[in-house]
Design a protein around this ligand. Structure first.
Ligand code: HEC
Length: 123
């Protein structure tokens, strides 16, 4: 297990940020989003994604990370960071015509703030 984690960390640190979004998609999100399983918005489905893209990058990223309806929190990968999740969202949104960039510090702060707000409202 330790060896496996080490490999994961190595893999994460050598890949560039842009490729990371696509990698995370392939490794984690594709299970459902490649085919639109369980009613998930399918990769490249402009109609399904255009509604989501309108929610804005901060809200969509935070809501997806926290989990909505049949979408499992963190794409059911508990150790997935907000930044990695966000990169995968950027990848999927852009495949459907958005021109999003990976969140900078300021946007990550907003995403984290919305996540904290959601945590509080659950209690
Ligand atoms: C187990 C299947 C599954 C996996 C794995 C999964 N998703 Fe989803 N996802 C869904 C489903 C189902 C929905 C639709 C939820 C709904 O609207 O009922 C969804 C919806 C979403 C949404 C839209 C949320 C909203 O506000 O409506 C985003 C963004 C998203 N997923 C991102 C991701 C990312 C990024 C990953 C990988 C890190 C991922 N998903 C992995 C099933 C999955």
């Amino acid at each position: 297990m330790k060896k496996f984690l080490g490999l994961l960390i190595l893999a994460a640190s050598v890949s560039t940020a842009w490729a990371a979004g696509e990698d995370t998609f392939k490794q984690v999100c594709a299970t459902c989003h490649a085919q639109g399983d369980k009613g998930s918005p399918k990769i490249g489905d402009v109609r399904a994604w255009s509604k989501l893209i309108k929610e804005g990058q901060v809200n969509l990223t935070a809501d997806g990370y926290a989990g909505v309806r049949a979408m499992p929190a963190r794409g059911s990968k508990p150790d997935l960071s907000v930044a990695d999740f966000a990169a995968a969202v950027v990848y999927m949104a852009n495949e459907a015509g958005a021109k999003w960039k990976e969140p900078d510090e300021a946007m990550l702060k907003k995403i984290n703030a919305r996540l904290a707000q959601r945590e509080r409202s659950k209690k």
